[in-house]
Design a protein around this ligand. Sequence first.
Ligand SMILES: CC(C)(COP(=O)(O)OP(=O)(O)OC[C@H]1O[C@@H](n2cnc3c(N)ncnc32)[C@H](O)[C@@H]1OP(=O)(O)O)[C@@H](O)C(=O)NCCC(=O)NCCS
Length: 144
Amino acid sequence: MIRDATIFDIPHLNELGTLLNPNFSTLYNLKEMLEDGYSKVIVYEKDNLIVGFITATHLYETCDILSLIVDPEFRRHHIATNLIGYLITDLGENLKLITLEVAKHNKAALKLYDKFGFKIIHERKDYYANDDAYLMARKSDLSE
Ligand SMILES: CC(C)(COP(=O)(O)OP(=O)(O)OC[C@H]1O[C@@H](n2cnc3c(N)ncnc32)[C@H](O)[C@@H]1OP(=O)(O)O)[C@@H](O)C(=O)NCCC(=O)NCCS
């Protein structure tokens, strides 16, 4: 089941978030994101356990994906694909542009975003502690 996160999910999301960044909970204030009116925190639940989530901010016709994490035990089951699909559907047809940053050597994520029609539009040197980043964008008129 895919649903919006609630305040009760935050401890588990912060724990999963450390798989992406050990400082996840200081980088992203999920409680604030649940309340600010322009952020999305969407979770994928399997047997009452959250096994993946996506966070994003959206303003008017644009959306920026901030984090996307799937529990290692549940990867390659299209959970990330479903979370992105849900986000795109949820934001509706006014959505024109989605952007995100991804580490240059994150092959799994690059493949996933490529499947959704994201294109590399810029390279940010030393964006992460141990890697460069690609800024990727997906226009809404591109097919999924
Ligand atoms: C990247 C990540 C979110 C993918 O989650 P997932 O649920 O396993 O992804 P999906 O099952 O939806 O994969 C969709 C497609 O992406 C590609 N893909 C995903 N993982 C891959 C891998 N390890 N190697 C190669 N391709 C991969 C495949 O094309 C896959 O389609 P297929 O399984 O039909 O071949 C997950 O590996 C993860 O949490 N990684 C750590 C956090 C991270 O890097 N997040 C992204 C930061 S921007």
